[in-house]
Design a protein around this ligand. Structure first.
Ligand code: F6R
Length: 618
């Protein structure tokens, strides 16, 4: 999705804006642009808003800026993920009013932009975007506002906007000022050492400060080299949510790996360790950050898990764990569907919303829908201080650190661990498990980081398999029980970064239709770790093998003999110390397979086509 960075109060503003945009690249984008408020050096004239923007990668923008003379202490940069209008130079942000007095960049969608245009006198628009009209409106409002105050002009306009957006403005009238506004799309502001900042994501600012404030919905801010002033939509002073970012610049860099995705796959032992750390006190599981009353959780009689994409797959494992340990019925639902039907919700329904970013608009909307009906929402989130983390009644942070690659890996394994912790915790507060049993299970989960290290040793073997099968036209992933969510996740990983056709099915469903797809040359990846459905999986592997498929099986140390008879290749993972934890291990070979296939095919692994890291629009 789009990215924003604004800086005011530095002579080298442009250089730092470009560096900040570089750190936002991972979000996915198709054009980029900058504006620098170039106040006249002589003071004899009004100066100008210098704008350069280009379709394509940031390198195109950098090329266009080379040798230029964009100087000024205040500026904004933007990476655009097209929604309204093609991804070309003209539609790239920033946009201005016709006189070039106000420039704006925008993340999100202005839903009523057509109506707003109709309300203005007949005029020409340079672009096909929903954003440009906002610059026109603010420029008009500036004429009406006392002293041409940009914050007040923006406040008046934002009150008329519908949709989800974060907006960032500069004007020639006050060249050392940036004004921002936020509704349902993340925006943070900061001030450090005489410089004011704003950004859509802390990654853009981490080189400058760790002390940031996230604006709440319908808040605006005036950012100058002297500080940050936050107001509400009614104009009264307001407080943003201030916090310290817990990771540093090194965590947001590749550190010698070819791609962020590979680095993040290899960070999983540490990420899982960090997510499990300090959960046990006096033999009892403690989830201190949960903020939710133990007794309230004890009375829960139904759980919904809502999430999107990879996070949804972790929720499928969560369902198995919660039902098994806590004995509460769980439904897992795609967040984008949840609010458009009538789920039966009441104060005894717990809604667990899972999200790496905490900014996915569908997941946030599902959580809001639940809260509107007084159902408590527990968020399992990676990004501290994100919208979902703040909105939820309780939060469990996964401590995966920043995830930069679009394809989620370490967030996924830590989300599963988060779900296992919630399952054990619910079992404990509902007295569905002996305390000693919960403690023992938690202690056994501590073996996961070591086991993950061993799984990562499969890398070379998987790279060879990727070379061998990279041209296969169709790959089917099959699994049962804990293997099924991992089959879905394996197929998603492969298609999103290699663009190969991949699908996943419950292995038991094969005979009801999907097996018709299997022919000579198909590839089947079968999740067959040790567990109570192992022998069923062996039968399913025989069925696809008999119809000409090549089979890669994921099996567990000590139980691969039966697989060896039928599978072409076995990727052997260590025993998981608990069957419900096996997905944390079994997904890793599939992440590596997707990674190596994409590399072998020469794809853009970290920023696959058409995808964005954080989906802040519906
Ligand atoms: C796939 C992937 C996406 C996200 C989904 C939800 O690799 O990353 O499917 O899982 O967009 O994002 P979050 O977890 O940020 O809500």
């Amino acid at each position: 999705m789009c990215g924003i960075i604004g800086i005011t109060g530095r002579d080298d503003a442009l250089e730092h804006i470009m560096a900040g945009l570089g750190r936002l690249e991972y979000r996915g984008y198709d054009s980029a642009g900058v504006v620098i408020a170039n106040s006249s050096a002589s003071g004899m004239d009004d100066g100008q808003l210098d704008i350069v923007k280009r379709a394509g990668k940031l390198a195109n923008l950098a090329g266009a800026l080379q040798g230029g003379s964009l100087t000024g202490r205040t500026g904004i940069g933007h990476t655009r993920w097209a929604t309204h209008g093609a991804p070309n130079d003209v539609n790239a942000h920033p946009h201005t009013d016709p006189s070039g007095r106000v420039a704006v960049v925008h993340n999100g969608i202005i839903e009523n932009y057509q109506a707003l245009k109709a309300g203005l006198s007949e005029r020409e628009y340079a672009s096909a975007t929903d954003t440009e009209v906002v610059a026109h409106l603010v420029a008009e409002e500036l004429d009406r506002v006392d002293g041409g105050d940009l914050l007040e002009a923006v406040r008046r306009v934002v009150g008329r906007l519908e949709g989800a957006f974060s907006l960032c403005f500069v004007t020639l009238d006050a060249p050392d000022t940036i004004v921002v506004a936020k509704r349902e799309a993340p925006l943070i502001v900061a001030h450090a050492d005489g410089v004011g900042y704003c950004a859509s994501d802390v990654a853009a600012l981490i080189a400058h400060t760790k002390q940031v404030s996230a604006l709440h919905d319908d808040q605006l801010a005036r950012i100058t080299p002297d500080g940050v002033e936050v107001i509400g939509l009614d104009g009264s002073p307001a407080e943003a949510h201030s916090y310290e970012v817990s990771w540093d610049l090194a965590a947001a860099e590749k550190q010698g790996y070819d791609h962020f995705m590979l680095k993040e796959i290899h960070e999983q032992p540490q990420a899982v360790l960090d997510t499990l750390r300090d959960r046990l006190t006096d033999g009892k599981l403690h989830l201190d950050e949960l903020r939710t009353d133990e007794h309230e959780l004890g009375r829960i009689d139904k759980v919904f898990i809502v999430a999107c994409g990879t996070s949804l797959h972790s929720g499928m494992v969560g369902k198995l764990a919660i039902e098994h340990w806590a004995g509460v019925p769980v439904e897992v639902e795609v967040a984008s569907e949840f609010r458009y039907r009538d789920p039966i919700l009441n104060p005894h329904t717990l809604v667990i919303a899972i999200s790496q970013s905490g900014e996915t608009s569908d997941t946030i909307a599902a959580a809001t829908h639940a809260q509107d009906q007084r159902a408590p929402v527990l968020a399992i989130v990676n990004v501290v201080g994100s919208t979902l983390a703040r909105q939820a009644d309780g939060v469990l942070y996964t401590h995966a650190g920043p995830e930069v690659a679009v394809a989620s890996t370490k967030a996924f394994t830590t989300q599963i661990v988060g779900c296992l912790l919630v399952g054990l915790y619910l079992a404990q507060v509902r007295h569905a498990m002996y305390a000693s049993e919960a403690e023992d299970t938690l202690r056994r989960l501590q073996q996961l980081p070591g086991a993950l290290e061993k799984v990562l040793e499969l890398d070379g073997q998987i790279r060879d398999l990727a070379d061998r099968y990279k041209d296969v036209h169709y790959t089917m992933f099959i699994g049962r029980h804990t293997g099924l969510p991992i089959a879905y996740e394996g197929a998603l990983k492969l298609k999103e970064i290699s663009y190969l056709h991949a699908e996943a099915f419950p292995a038991g469903e094969m005979k009801h239709g999907p097996i018709a797809l299997i022919e000579e040359g198909s590839l089947v990846v079968a999740l067959a770790p040790e567990g109570h459905v192992f022998s069923k999986m062996v039968s399913n592997i025989q069925e696809v093998k008999a119809r000409g498929a090549s089979v890669i099986a994921i099996g567990t140390e000590g139980s691969t003999a039966a697989l060896a008879e039928h599978a072409d290749h076995i990727l052997t993972i260590p025993e998981a110390s608990h069957e419900l934890a096996s997905p944390v291990l079994s997904v890793v070979p599939l992440q590596l397979l997707a990674y190596h296939v994409a590399v072998a095919l020469g794809k853009d692994v970290d920023q696959p086509r058409n995808l964005a890291k954080t989906v802040t629009v519906e």
